[in-house]
Unconditional design. Structure first.
Length: 245
């Protein structure tokens, strides 16, 4: 059965004025008190499916957009040369769907999940931006969960299947070391290659180091694809930690 659906409206890729609009009315249509919701799983899956097709510069900009949404900062437009709007007139529609059983198995996860991605008329940037903005528009109780799902989806490198949904359902796995738990700021500085000092580095320095490290971690530039997801997730989490201090 259909668990969640997201309509992303977008201009044609070749037009000079690039626009984007979202219809998320059926995104969280199914809810049974379980986290993450089907809507969050769908958003994470959209990002997972198309993030590997982004250049590292675009991936860095999308990651920064997610962090700005998490911090409730004003969102400057355009992003990736696309302007978010409410008007859908003249825009093409690309529909993303999540199917599965509306029941939970013994481990607390939805069963037989699968996605249907409509992407023939859209670019990866448009679909990922649509998923990220939809997460930022989620209701207060779901917003943090939805943004976490898109962060994890952006870091994923692999097929959209059971392993991805298990990854998204398990929560934020970015911090795995004991140091990250006992000293998250120190861990974040180490991950981004920043020196420990009495004062934290300026936000501009954190952003620059994040982009440089993200470039080195991107599979397109020679990084091992099997390790890229963990590394990108670590870098993203380290950046988030330092920017909220």
């Amino acid at each position: 059965m259909l668990l969640a659906e997201l309509d992303i409206f977008h201009s044609r890729p070749i037009v000079p004025t690039r626009r984007l609009a979202i219809d998320r009315t059926r995104l969280h249509a199914t809810s049974n008190g379980h986290a993450p919701t089907p809507g969050s799983l769908l958003l994470g899956a959209v990002c997972a499916r198309f993030s590997s097709e982004l250049a590292y510069e675009a991936l860095g900009e999308v990651t920064e957009l997610v962090h700005e949404l998490e911090l409730n900062q004003p969102i400057a437009q355009p992003r990736l040369r696309h302007r978010l709007q409410s008007d859908r007139v003249g825009l093409s529609r690309s529909r993303q769907r999540l199917y599965g059983n509306d029941t939970l198995n013994s481990s607390g996860s939805f069963e037989r999940l699968s996605c249907e991605f409509e992407s023939a008329r859209a670019t990866p940037s448009q679909l990922i931006l649509g998923a990220v903005y939809a997460a930022g528009m989620a209701a207060t109780l779901l917003r943090s969960e939805a943004l976490r799902a898109v962060r994890q989806g952006l870091a994923w490198r692999g097929d959209v299947g059971p392993a991805l949904f298990a990854y998204l359902s398990a929560g934020d796995l970015s911090i795995r070391s004991d140091l990250a738990v006992s000293d998250p700021v120190g861990w974040a500085l180490d991950i981004l290659g920043l020196e420990r000092a009495d004062q934290l580095p300026e936000h501009s320095v954190v952003r620059r180091c994040f982009r440089e490290a993200l470039r080195a971690a991107h599979p397109d530039l020679g990084a091992a694809a099997a390790e890229a997801a963990d590394r990108i997730a670590e870098l993203s989490e380290a950046r988030r930690i330092l920017l909220v201090q």
